[in-house]
Ligand binder design. Structure first.
Ligand SMILES: Cc1ncc(COP(=O)(O)O)c(C=O)c1O
Length: 473
């Protein structure tokens, strides 16, 4: 009989026989752990690749069966479980398609794992700036014309890397056309779909890029499915990308001691998607719409809906997202993120009849607003036109040249004309301001000063508290 959750079932069978552990891990089925009881109790499942539990990097039994079910669920030719997040999927797909010195076209508002992959492989990237998404006040997707421009200028590109949906749930409506254009030119499309593992559960959600022709798609199961942190998927549906190469890099980049808790969680999350019905989705939408309606009854609060129906943006005009987040945290409500304008909520992928305390959120929000009104708001008005970037850009120096160059920290006021040695990403808008190898212009320094003045948060390697940035010497 076919197993519904092969890894979970293999583990249950193994545990039932009360095995004595004379193997790794050293906590010996949890008996030698001083962790709090709730964690310690789960350690009985934290085993290793023992007889009956298959081999992660050479699967032939439960793991192979579960990965086949995964491919079937998502309509892929081949799917892999990832135990090191979408991060490792992004690294492997770029390693498998490009070599040092190759050109690659990349959507500029990519996750840092994509930039790390570019650097590790030593490719020569060409960046396409995303268009500004007015409704969400964030960086959105790239435009077809700009992708065409990039491909026509760099027809030698070995791959195109897109992010779909963005963190804030924005999708490119014409991604199918974008993918077709790349394929016409013989270029594979690699999609970082970290925020889209749930997209296949209903056709009312934007389609997964895998269904729209993408060659490789990476998804963080843990972000929107009921999976443990780090649990992720990689799917291949392509004749343009070599499955064996992806497998080769996954073997090198992932641990030789995969966590069975993560594998069980991946198996379970996959089954959750496979068994998700239209009735479940109708129920989820009912709960979501009730929540939106109830929040919209509050004066001083704005709710913005985006393409991904699991995401909601909430604003308290007059106050920053950071202030709203703090006010909610005082009430033990923790949101996904805050930026200068707003907060981002990720709703649970409820099934029919599931209870979740969404109804109370209106009261908590109301209290947070009352609390905010007692203080002076620090609302920030960012003029987004200042963040418009040239559509298609190529850094002055390659990653290989940067690696061999000497670098130094300099006060940013003195950095005009220098070449950036590190990435600097302001939130908002979430588009890298500096990317290694790019020239630092007066316009960019003006943007930096303005962003600092309005209290934007920065990711990347920087010492902005000392007003210093990292440049090539
Ligand atoms: C767009 C995007 N891609 C990739 C990642 C990395 O995913 P993971 O945390 O699963 O490694 C993230 C994480 O936030 C992300 O937002």
């Amino acid at each position: 009989m076919k197993r519904e959750r092969p890894i979970v079932e293999a583990l249950q069978k193994f545990i039932k026989e009360k095995p004595l552990s004379l193997h790794v891990p050293g906590h010996k089925n949890g008996s030698h752990s001083n962790l709090p009881l709730e964690i310690k109790n789960a350690l009985i499942y934290d085993v290793t690749e023992l007889t009956g539990l298959d081999d992660f990097h050479n699967p032939e039994e439960a793991i192979l069966e579960a990965e086949q079910l995964l491919a079937q669920t998502y309509g892929a030719n081949k799917s892999f479980f990832l135990v090191n997040g979408s991060t490792v999927g992004n690294l492997a797909m770029i390693y498998a398609t490009c070599q040092q010195g190759d050109t690659i076209i990349v959507q500029r508002n990519a996750h840092k794992s994509v930039f790390h992959a570019l650097e590790l492989v030593g490719v020569d990237p060409v960046y396409i700036a995303p268009r500004w998404h007015e409704q969400s006040q964030t960086a959105g997707s790239v435009q077809l014309e700009q992708l065409e421009q990039a491909i026509n200028s760099y027809p030698e590109a070995k791959a195109v890397v897109l992010t779909y949906p963005t963190y804030y749930g924005i999708t490119a409506k014409d991604i199918e056309k974008q993918i077709s254009y790349c394929h016409e030119k013989g270029i594979p499309v690699l999609v970082d779909e970290a925020h889209g593992a749930h997209l296949t559960v209903s056709n009312q959600l934007p389609a997964s890029a895998l269904d729209l022709g993408a060659d490789v798609v990476v998804q963080s199961a843990h972000k929107t499915l009921p999976a443990m942190t780090m649990a992720s998927f990689l799917h291949i549906k392509s004749t343009r990308v070599d499955v064996q190469k992806i497998n080769h890099y996954l073997r090198m980049l992932q641990s030789s001691s995969p966590s069975y808790l993560l594998l069980a969680s991946l198996d379970d999350a996959r089954q959750y998607v496979m068994s998700y019905s239209e009735k479940d989705f109708v129920y989820l939408m009912e709960k979501r719409n009730q929540l939106i309606e109830s929040l919209r009854t509050l004066t001083g609060l704005e709710v913005v809906e985006v393409d991904d129906l699991l995401k909601l943006i909430v604003r308290a005009p007059g106050y920053t997202g950071f202030e709203l987040k703090v006010a909610l945290e005082k009430r033990k409500i923790f949101v996904e993120l805050a930026d200068a304008n707003q907060i981002l909520l990720i709703l649970p992928l409820l099934k029919h009849g599931d209870a979740y305390l969404l109804a109370d959120l209106r009261i908590q929000m109301k209290e947070a607003l009352i609390h905010l009104k007692k203080s002076q708001g620090h609302a920030i008005q960012l003029n987004q036109s200042k963040f418009e970037m040239s559509a298609v850009t190529k850094p002055e120096l390659s990653f290989v040249q940067i690696e061999h160059a000497e670098k130094e920290w300099v006060p940013y006021v003195k950095a005009m004309g220098r070449i950036a040695a590190a990435t600097l990403i302001p939130y908002p808008p979430g588009i890298p301001l500096f990317i290694p190898g790019e020239k630092i212009t007066a316009a960019k320094l003006n943007q930096l000063e303005e962003l600092l003045a309005v209290g934007a948060a920065f990711q990347g390697e920087h010492r902005l508290h000392e007003k210093m940035i990292y440049v090539i010497k």
